[in-house]
Design a protein around this ligand. Structure first.
Ligand code: ZN
Length: 133
């Protein structure tokens, strides 16, 4: 892999703004795609692109208030979605639970387990389903 960006004749460095998967806001990252496509086929990069599952500053601040419970599925939510773990795809829904509540509900050590992936059905069952953060 080379770190050099091949410039696009039409679009230059061909930038995309990185978005936070968890809130959909710009996360401050910029991805320079350069030339996409082969030969004369010069494509414009998407305006916004998912850069990974790291929460943005704002989301991280909320997550740090307790334990972040992330709804997850064994099916990708959209085409070509990357896994967050083997065969696990986050849906984008999440809640933050206070440490003591997380310990009671999930029987975890909330100091060590700051992020929980929760199966969709269980997520609904526990009642996060309607909650918006
Ligand atoms: Zn965010």
């Amino acid at each position: 892999m080379s770190n050099n960006i091949r410039l696009s004749k039409k679009y230059g460095v061909n930038p995309s703004l990185g978005i936070c998967f968890w809130c959909g806001e710009n996360n401050g990252e910029i991805i320079l795609f350069g030339k996409i496509g082969k030969g004369q086929d010069d494509q414009e990069a998407p305006k916004r692109a998912l850069t990974g599952y790291d929460p943005c500053f704002e989301c991280r601040k909320k997550w740090e208030l307790g334990v972040a419970v992330l709804e997850a599925s064994e099916e990708p939510v959209f085409e070509n979605q990357p896994e967050i773990q083997n065969g696990i795809y986050p849906t984008g829904r999440w809640s933050v639970v206070k440490g003591e509540a997380a310990e009671r509900i999930f029987q975890i050590d909330s100091e060590e387990n700051k992020i929980l992936l929760l199966d969709k059905e269980l997520y609904e069952e526990i009642g996060f389903g309607g909650a918006e953060c």
